[in-house]
Design a protein around this ligand. Sequence first.
Ligand code: PLP
Length: 368
Amino acid sequence: MIYLDYASTCPVDKEVLNTYLKASEEFFASTSAMHFLGKEANKAYMAASEEIKAILNLKHHNIIYTLNATEANNLAILGQVSKYSGGRIITTKVEHASVYEVMKSLEDRYDVYYLDVDEFGQIDLNQLRSALNNETILVSIMWVNNVVGSVMDVAEIIDIVKHYHKAKLHIDIVQGFCKVVNDFDFNDIDMFTISTHKIYGPKGIGVLFVKDNLNLKKIIQGSTAQFNLRPGTFDLSLVIATAKTIKKFYPLTKDFLDYVTKLSQYLLNGLKDNKKIIINSPSSRYNPYILSLSVPSIKGETLVRILEDNKIYVSTGSACSSKSQKPEKTIFAMTKDVKRATSAIRISLSHLTTFDELNEVIRVLKEI
Ligand code: PLP
C-alpha cells in the first residue's frame, strides 16, 4: 500500500500515541472540577499550553482547543465578526471549506470581499491593499493552499493589514505548520489555526491561537471554560498529545522540508515526459508536500479509483471536496478551466514517503 494523502490526514506517531495513552490514564478528571484531581488536570492543561507557547515563542496569545481546525476556523471568524453588526470581511477564493463556507454564510450581513488568485495560486497584494478600508473587521487568508500548495506571503499580508486597526488578521496555517519554515512571526497574527492530525497527532483536536485582547464572542454557549470561548469538557489527553506533537515535529520542519523537496522534485522529474499530465501546483512559493496534477482526458475521481486499484491512495482536488464532484474551486480560480478543475488529483507527501513509492506512482501513471 502506498499512502499519499497526508494533506488530508496522517497516521499517528507512535511516541505521540504513547503520550496520549499515558495521559488518558493519568488525567481523567475535568479541568474545571474544584477537587484535587480537577486541579491536577488543570495544571497539566496549563502546562501543555505553556509548553506550546514557549516552542512557538508566543507572547500574547491564548490557546483554545476545539474539535478540529474546522471548528477553530469557525470560532475565529464568527467570534470576531459577531462583535459587529456589519462591516467588510476580506478573504480569498481559494480558502478551505471551513473558512470559505463560513464566509458564504455571512454574505447577507457583511460585505464579504473575495480576493482572486493568479495562475500560481497567489493573491494580488495590491488587490488586498485596495480592498482594505476603515470598515474592515476581519481579513482571513490561508498560509498554504490545501489543493495546490501555493504559499501566500504572510509577512507582506501582516505588513499591509496592520495599518487598519479595526481589521483583525486570521491565518489558517493548517497546511503550512510543521511543513514550511515560517518567514513571519506568529506574534504578529491576531488569530491562527492548526490541526493536530495533519502533523502526526491524533484526530479530534484543532487549535485556535488568539491574541488575549481580542474579546471574541463565543459561538457555542455553555460554561466559561477555555477563556470563556469554548465551553464544554474536553479531552485533556488530546491537548497533551498536541503539545507533544508540536514539541516533536515543529523543530524538524526544516529537515523534513529538505527531504520532501527532494521527493517532490524526483516525482516531478519522473512525470515530466508524460505529455498527458498537467501540473497544477506552482513552481515557486509552493509547499512541496502537495502536488496537484490533472490528466484532462480522465476525471479526477476516475484517476483516483485507478490508482486505488494499484493500491496507491491519493485524493481528488482536496479530500474535503472530493465527494462533491464539482470543479475544484482553487484550480478553477487559477486556470478558469473546468476540465482541468474536474480532472485534478492531489498527491500529498510526507517525511515517511520513500523514493521507491514514488517510482511505483510514476510507473502506474505512465501505464494509465
Ligand atoms: N484548513 C485547511 C487549509 C485544511 O487543509 C483543512 C483540512 O484539510 C482544514 C482547515 C480543516 O481541518 P480539520 O480536518 O482539522 O477540520
